[in-house]
Design a protein around this ligand. Structure first.
Ligand code: NAD
Length: 461
């Protein structure tokens, strides 16, 4: 009964949004910028509510919530608001001489009614960033946040209902059943962020109705440390990226592959770093008991001497202390499944061809991290392994830059967003041709073709 009611409600919302869109109500650039300004102001006045929701859902440290969710969103909204007219400006292109007089243009048009499905790890940012792009491009939006980050979900419902009419933005709450019901409806575009497994379901559903989509998925991002690397720098930067948000970042380094000649040095520097930095006191918790158990299961068969752990676990609050795990075999589940938590497996390689062979057994990741001073080495690795992004001598920085496209390749997803790439992702390119009244009569092709053929053959070579 509940699902039927939800389906009915979704159907009504879609009807209203479709009418709103086809009435041309989303098309004015000034209106789009006004909507974005409203969102920006609402975020500013609800900054503390955002940080509180993130604390309730993930015990996210305020600094991390502020930087990676609140401020990152503000920056994106400001950039998009300032630039959207320029990015979406009609572009005049050449027309063939025999069509003259003629004007040919490329227009960026909104898809229409779009669906955005978001995950729980950055529950505000990963819900609102696609929404910003969607509105800027001139669409109406149905947003489904993750049911697992319930405080953020409730916040989004309240915030967006207070500033936007349902005709423009609707937040649909619920779990898998609701998500499936949404996918059963006809949208004009789908933007999905989540696991590769669910991404495949979304892709199948989208294919059935020929709906274009962007899929932002997960996977295992390798972090390679070459013997030419600055090992101290690598140790510090890998851990800072890995344990941000309690290791629950889709593009965080998932596992380290270090050259055997510097393995011990890296391990001992990471160990001192782990003892020095009070991560356990200020680190996001694991989202829920299910994921806590999943992470605990990943440690099956690992002996205590293989683990370096800083701080204490608190199962009742899903607080897992950060851990390094070394000396495990390549067939261990920590090296097979996406970790997505505060556990960092470390393995070694003895030469470049072994490294390349190991890398080839993994599907294409969102990010490839390389710590090396040897430029030739970096080039060869990049050439042999595809990834959504590459970051050299640091971790995570590739995705904090709004001027770079964000997205995966292969199993880590397809399509790009952020800044201009996001606005363009939510638009399609429409070719518009306008011919003048005057113009070569012979171009209005119709039989009898008479002597046209020899003439074409002579001049159209
Ligand atoms: P998930 O795939 O379980 O859920 C994501 C969203 O999909 C949620 O809103 C959920 O309700 C919905 N959903 C769940 N089952 C569904 C179904 N059968 N049909 C339709 N929708 C369904 O992912 P998650 O656990 O929320 O997030 C963790 C995963 O997401 C990790 O794999 C991580 O790497 C990935 N991720 C990727 C990015 C990225 O930008 N590429 C960002 C964050 C997380």
């Amino acid at each position: 009964m509940e699902v039927e009611q939800t389906q009915q409600q979704i159907g009504d919302v879609l009807k209203r949004q479709r009418m709103h869109f086809s009435g041309g109500n989303t098309l004015g650039f000034a209106d789009r910028a006004r909507h974005l300004l409203k969102l920006e102001n609402a975020l500013i006045s609800h900054k503390n509510d955002i940080l509180e929701a993130l604390r309730l859902d993930l015990n996210k440290p305020a600094v991390e919530g502020f930087l990676a969710e609140y401020y990152f969103l503000l920056q994106e909204i400001r950039l998009v608001r300032r630039s959207l007219k320029k990015w979406l400006k009609r572009k005049r292109v050449q027309s063939p001489i025999y069509f003259q007089p003629c004007r040919s243009e490329i227009c960026h048009e909104p898809y229409g009614v779009v669906l955005v499905v978001a995950p729980w790890n950055y529950p505000i940012q990963l819900a609102l960033a696609p929404l910003v792009s969607a509105i800027a491009a001139g669409n109406t939006v149905v947003l489904k946040p993750s049911e697992l980050s319930s405080a953020s979900e409730a916040f989004l419902v309240k915030l967006l209902a207070s500033i936007f009419p349902t005709d423009l933005v609707h937040v649909q709450t619920g779990g898998v059943e609701v998500a499936s019901a949404l996918l059963g409806e006809k949208f004009d575009f789908i933007f999905f962020t989540g696991s590769t497994e669910v991404g495949k379901i979304v892709a199948r559903k989208a294919a059935e109705s020929l709906t274009p989509s962007v899929l932002e998925l997960g996977g295992k991002c390798p972090c390679i440390v070459d013997s030419s690397a600055d090992i101290k720098l690598a140790a510090g930067r890998i851990l800072s990226g890995k344990f941000f948000n309690g290791g629950q970042t889709c593009f965080a380094p998932d596992f380290v592959i270090v050259h055997e000649s510097v393995e011990q040095e890296l391990l001992s520097l990471m160990k001192s770093e782990l003892e020095r930095v009070p991560w356990c006191e200020e680190m996001a918790h694991v989202i829920n008991e299910h994921h806590y158990q999943r992470l605990t299961d990943l440690l099956d068969g690992v002996d205590t001497e293989q683990v370096v752990c800083s701080g204490k676990d608190d199962v009742s609050h899903c607080k897992m202390a950060p851990r390094l795990v070394s000396a495990i075999g390549w067939d261990h589940c920590l090296l097979k499944e996406e970790v997505f938590g505060p556990i960092l497996p470390i393995v070694s390689y003895s030469n470049e061809s072994e490294l390349l062979e190991r890398l080839s057994t993994y599907s294409d990741p969102l990010a490839l991290y390389l710590f090396a001073e040897d430029k030739g080495f970096c080039k060869r690795i990049q050439q042999s392994k595809r990834s959504g992004a590459v970051c050299i001598n640091d971790t995570m920085k590739q995705s904090s830059n709004l001027y770079l496209p964000f997205g995966g390749v292969g199993d880590s997803g397809n399509g790009r967003y952020r800044g201009e790439f996001g606005v363009k992702a939510f638009s399609y390119q429409r070719a518009v041709v306008k011919r003048g009244k005057l113009g070569a009569k012979w171009m209005d092709l119709k039989p009898p073709y008479g002597r046209l053929m020899p003439w074409f053959e002579r001049f159209m070579r």
